[in-house]
Structures are given as C-alpha cells and as structure tokens.
Design a protein around this ligand. Structure first.
Ligand code: AMP
Ligand code: ZN
Length: 116
C-alpha cells in the first residue's frame, strides 16, 4: 500500500534501523523507544491489523512470534520481554499496518496495565 508508512519502510523509501529481514517479515527499531529494547516486527504484506488477518496469514504470524523471541534474545532482552499488538481504535493502534512491539531490556518492563 503506497501511502502506508510501514510499507514504505519495507520498500526502503523511508529509512529505518533494520534488525531482521526475510521473504515474509521485516523488523526494525521503534523510532521512539519506550524501553531500551523496542523493536517492531511486521509482515511485508500489508495487513491493516490483527483484526484483518485471514487463515492464509497464520504461517507468517507464527513466524513473526518465533522471530520476535529470537530478536529479543539477540538484541538485549535475553531474560524475557513483552509482546504488544495494539489493534484498532480500542487497542490504540496508531499505524494501520500490523506490527508486533517487542519491549524489554535489562530491567523489568513493569506491570501490564493499570487495573480499572
Ligand atoms: P502503534 O500505536 O501500536 O500503532 O505503534 C506504532 C509505533 O510505530 C510507535 O511506537 C511509533 O513510535 C512507531 N513508529 C512510527 N513511525 C515510525 C518510523 N518511521 N520508524 C520506526 N518506528 C515508527
Ligand atoms: Zn502497509
């Protein structure tokens, strides 16, 4: 999708700090890191959000999770990490191209969400 910022990153039209790439997946450092390790893992194919995946996307989703684990370990969060997939309006998704956030580092990332 030509107007999509993450599609443009995959195409090399917008610079990014790439940490991994294969035929299906691209991973790069978040431009505004929330923790010392903050990596985004995306499918190269434009999928708007987790709410838009189909049965055909399940292999790439599985691969994204497996790659996320490996990248977290390699990139400075070997003792655990958190995966976040913001989805849609309620999930406060800002970029409409499916992405996994990997957050971590040497210190615990803190409790999950403030309880209501
Ligand atoms: P979300 O709220 O889940 O849609 O998160 C979008 C994330 O993309 C945010 O953490 C942004 O900091 C990050 N982001 C936006 N533009 C870029 C960019 N050009 N390069 C790297 N990360 C970006
Ligand atoms: Zn896209």
């Amino acid at each position: 999708m030509s107007g999509c910022i993450f599609c443009r990153i995959v195409a090399g039209e917008i610079p990014s700090k790439k940490v991994y790439e294969d035929e299906d997946i691209f991973a790069f450092n978040d431009i505004s890191p929330a923790r010392p390790v903050h990596i985004l893992v995306i499918p190269k194919k434009h999928i708007e959000s987790l709410a838009h995946v189909t049965e055909a996307d399940t292999p790439v989703l599985g691969k994204m999770l497996a790659v996320a684990n490996r990248l977290a370990t390699e990139q400075g969060s070997p003792d655990g990490f958190r995966i976040i997939i913001n989805t849609g309006r309620i999930g406060h998704q800002e970029v409409p191209h499916l992405h996994i956030h990997i957050v971590g580092g040497p210190e615990p990332v803190g409790p999950m969400l403030k309880k209501v």
